[in-house]
Design a binder for this molecule. Structure first.
Ligand code: 13P
Ligand code: SF4
Length: 336
């Protein structure tokens, strides 16, 4: 990995304390913070030297979120951050489709993806050819792609959306029918939320498809006063049980405003870790799921990508596809 800077004892001690003040709330001990302090110091130093920022999705581990990220948020907030930043390099601690979105919006910037294995079970299960076939089956019906899609799929779509704005965008489109891709469960939830006929695809999120409505119902019985917040990538039976169904930003906003003390976050475990740090007075209980793709991001992979990215870690999108995909993203910003 090349030369590693040596930091003074004082610098390391201060960094350990900075990390521990946050990460202890997510269950980290001081020794673990001391172990990662040289890495976070090195990454933060390199960011300044290279005019780079790190965008981190809420589902990555808290050492990245509280140690090195400049912005943390949901897919929508991060795509906004990507379109507004003055940095010349964006390191995307998330998954591939997010880094691609950042590149679509910032063709002149260097966008780096730390792990080449950071895919997504939704984005990886639909191709541009599948979309073209669906359009032939439903001529004239507007195509909305979830942001969890490749640049090629976005290029075939009329408008993009995220979990934070899908309902609003579907309602804003003309007509009573839409093609929504590729999330099968989210399409079902959106049918109920918008009253429109939603044609979809059969892809599922491997994290959210695993939640079981019966188990959640039983858990609620044992915890009176518990608020259940479920991601709309979960099946309708789970969503029906929830006090709030939405994206990760909707869940953060709900917790911020709620007087309740106990919450179950029916989503990826990273959100609970982040919330434990940001809302120390509240309790986050119950099961969560791990996204193996998001968890490919680590301080070591980020440091390597910042220092000396391989050709594959630099996100490139053919200009013809980028321009068409950007139209779908621009339309999303207009409608949300
Ligand atoms: P949001 O952050 O937009 O809710 O998305 C969840 C997700 O699964 C991202 O991969
Ligand atoms: Fe994809 Fe699900 Fe992982 Fe999000 S949590 S990146 S939707 S597999």
């Amino acid at each position: 990995m090349g030369k590693v800077t040596s930091f003074s004892k004082d610098e390391l001690e201060r960094e350990t304390q900075r990390l521990f003040s946050k990460l202890q709330l997510a269950g980290w001990n001081r020794q673990s913070c001391a172990l990662i302090a040289p890495l976070t110091l090195e990454i933060n130093k390199l960011k300044k030297e290279k005019n780079a920022i790190i965008l981190a999705h809420t589902y990555v581990t808290p050492d990245l979120i509280f140690g090195v990220a400049d912005f943390t948020g949901d897919s929508y907030a991060l795509s906004k951050n990507a379109s507004e930043t003055k940095a010349t390099t964006i390191v995307f601690a998330g998954v591939r489709f997010m880094a691609e979105t950042a590149k679509i919006l910032n063709p002149q910037k260097t966008v780096l993806i730390p792990s080449l294995e950071a895919g997504c079970s939704l984005a990886d299960h639909i191709t541009a050819d599948d979309v073209r076939k669906l359009k032939k089956q439903h001529p004239g019906v507007p195509v909305i792609c979830y942001v969890n899609t490749s640049a090629e799929v976005k290029a075939e779509s009329d408008v993009c959306c995220t979990s934070a704005n899908a309902g609003k965008i579907i309602k804003a489109l003309p007509g009573k029918e839409v093609i929504f891709l590729p999330d099968y469960f989210m399409a079902k939830n959106l049918t109920e939320m918008t009253g429109k006929k939603v044609y979809s695809w059969d892809a599922k999120c491997i994290v959210h498809e695993d939640f079981d409505a019966h188990a959640i119902e039983e858990f609620r019985k044992e915890h009176p006063g518990l608020k259940i917040l479920a991601h709309t990538e979960c099946e309708p039976a789970v969503v029906h049980l929830a006090d709030l169904a939405g994206g990760t930003s909707d869940m953060v906003n709900y917790v911020k405003k709620s007087d309740a003390k106990e919450f179950m976050l029916v989503t990826e475990c990273g959100l609970g870790d982040r919330m434990r740090v940001e809302f120390p007075g509240k309790k986050f209980i119950g099961s969560c799921g791990l996204c193996p793709y998001m968890k490919k991001n680590s301080l070591a992979t980020i440091l390597q990508a910042l220092k000396n990215p391989s050709r594959d870690q630099v996100v490139e999108i053919p200009e013809e596809i980028r321009l068409r995909a950007k139209k779908a993203l621009d339309r999303m910003f207009e409608l949300s």
